[in-house]
Ligand binder design. Structure first.
Ligand code: ADP
Length: 167
């Protein structure tokens, strides 16, 4: 299949996101990772930082992974990219209601767009970016959840915040 758009906040990118990208790239020629520039909650990393981190983590795929930012309606962004498939992750059952609502809303807005759901490896089924932040803030070990370079950046960011730096 030609290409899919994988939207999310990626604050920060986790091993679960990367697992999904690995699976997606076996199906799609190209994945456009679309980083939401204005997530509802104030993010730990700026939009530019999140884009950079994803680019670093996915560089081995070359131009098969494109990382971009987007804001506003996903379906409008998809049209500008001439993409018809949205890639999303389904973790535990708890994701289902929200994901179904989004997929059906997007279909209502643009009937040609299909949402494809992939499930991660079982060890990542309960992993969400907010867990990484909660554990890191409390001084716990986040190495099972993120790659070493992301771990470094998360710890550095909390150290900066502790010392009063504003992001
Ligand atoms: P999070 O819930 O982690 O803050 P995002 O908004 O960044 O997630 O999620 C973007 C997409 O990635 C969503 O489709 C979400 O279901 C998927 N995703 C996030 N974490 C995982 C994971 N551990 N395994 C599979 N998919 C995931």
């Amino acid at each position: 299949m030609p290409q899919a758009v994988y939207p999310g906040s990626f604050d920060p990118i986790t091993r679960g996101h990367l697992d999904l990208i690995d699976r997606g790239i076996a199906i799609f020629n190209r994945i456009i990772v679309a980083v939401l520039s204005n997530p509802k909650k104030s993010p730990l990393f700026t939009h530019q930082e999140r884009v950079e981190m994803i680019r670093d983590e996915t560089s081995r795929w070359g131009d098969r992974i494109i990382v971009e930012s987007f804001d506003g309606l996903l379906v409008e962004y998809m049209k500008t990219k001439k993409a018809n498939v949205v890639l999303r992750g389904l973790r535990a059952v708890s994701d289902f209601e929200y994901e179904l609502e989004m997929a059906l809303t997007n279909r209502q807005l643009a009937d040609e767009i299909e949402t494809v759901f992939l499930t991660p490896s079982v060890e990542y089924v309960y992993l969400r970016a907010s867990t990484v932040k909660t554990v890191a803030r409390g001084g716990g070990d986040i190495s099972p959840f993120v790659t070493p370079s992301i771990e470094k950046r998360v710890l550095q960011r909390y150290a900066e915040l502790k010392s009063g730096k504003t992001i």
